[in-house]
Design a protein around this ligand. Sequence first.
Ligand code: ADP
Ligand code: MG
Length: 566
Amino acid sequence: MASIIQALPSEVVHLITAGEVIDSFAAVVRELVENSLDAGATRITVYLWPHQWRVRVTDNGRGMDLEDLKIAATAHSTSKISTCADLWKIQSLGFRGEALHSLTTLAELEILSRSSVSSFSSNKQDNGWRIVYGYEGEPTHIEPTAIAPGTVVNVSNLFSNWIVRRQGLPNVVQQMKAVQSSIHQIALCHPHVAWQVWQNDRLWFKLSPATTVGQILAQIIPQVRPTDFQELTLELSPQDSASKTSNAPLHLLVGLPDRCHRHRPDWVRFAVNGRMVKSQELEQTIMRAFYRTLPRDRYPVCFLHLKISPDQIDWNRNPAKTEIYLKDIGYWQEQISGAIEQALRINPGTIKEAVHTTRVSKLLKAAEENGGYKVKNFRQHDENVTQHLLKAKGQINNTYIVAEHPGGVWLVEQHIVHERILYEQLCDSWQLIPVQPAVILYQLSSAQVSQLQHIGLDIEPFGEQLWAVRTIPSMLRDREDCAEAILELSWGGDLRTAQVSVACRTAIRNGTPLDMGEMQALLDQWQRTRNPHTCPHGRPIYLSLQEPALARFFRRSWVIGKSHGI
Ligand code: ADP
Ligand code: MG
């Protein structure tokens, strides 16, 4: 009887291992683009012809000389690591030396490259080389070619020998969406790169190089501006002194919760050493840091980029290199929560421009239009730094506090700001105190009773359909509506929900006159809160009119004459 167990032919092995990683247009693009980035490219252009199963990636990176080009697509050939020990020092995006080789088994591969290094050496090479590769990655055709330093990779007839894979792929629109999303994510990790992406010989989208991640994200998310973000870079001290790295930069971008949030958690992203990765633990850390700053069912915009010593990471555990395993996760979680908290605070170091740019522009535009004149190019300056100096100046309609600060004028909504202050106080010290006489409630359901017990209240039957509540949240102590407030708490939700509702109930109502001292006290306390942008329901707390905007609005730059006091 013939043996049933057989060694797989090598081409099948190739197909299987390659297929694990390169299973879509997006994966092809990702691999090629990562090679370009590893080659130091600052300009990357991607061409896609999805119906022809064809992709081209060109870059201005350091290119390859003829010798390297000849072996680039053979199995496990890489310039990035050479020993096992190197696996712990991976700084590049690629390292397995598999991508190009896999492509030769899944598609037709051709590379044109000219080394930027060799043109300076003694055997000066003014031309590049074009190589067509065979099924095993061996060169089948070599010829000189005239190109600029850099590399052009042509992949055609993708998955032609694997029709099942082609059939298993989603439709072209979805595949292209995946490509776009993949490029967006890579671009965020490498903001200095200029991108162009063409589809069917038409420019599809491009991204201009930027100095901040926010400038990239503002090109990606519609209706969002760089000023809607707060970015900060922290140098973290190493968690164990044995670690050879002296510091680990953490770059953080957060969407200010009063200016941008999403209906899906699609922009809670996390990258390590230039690569977008997944880490459920860290994503949860981010979500927790934004707790009670956003409207219901909205998600933050947050991009976190860690540069950490490669010996803290085990890339090799996942072939797609997308899941990250960090040593000492608790340390990172703590650092990240602290960084987000810092970014969300109001202080001169972190708030550059405190303008809800879009909405203020609209407000001022509307005012202008009513006034019957127009200003061209209304734009905010972002150079002036808000000082940490808010001075109460007055109250409007018993609702808004007018605050002066060196950068302009702020309107602060008194109820909402107080709600934020009280909520944070409650979270920090949720105190239940005994009350005499007890608060008597009528006709509670058993669910309501157990809800009150659940959040810690001392409650017991007090006769027919009556209950006595003997401890209450301290903030409700002197309130006439105490019974009502407790009833509200009995309707469900966790402790946090209870704290939000107590804060809302006890916060100063709109319509209440305040004196200057009270307003100043509110402003001072507010500036010390952890999440000053929004109330615990996610409503914005303040509107700021920045001096440059006001100066523009009032045409202070016009030279009219000295007598006008300009
Ligand atoms: P890896 O990226 O894991 O090293 P690849 O198969 O993707 O493996 O690439 C093999 C080698 O080819 C790389 O190590 C690099 O030296 C070279 N290479 C690939 N693409 C480029 C490029 N765009 N520019 C310069 N060199 C490249
Ligand atoms: Mg690679």
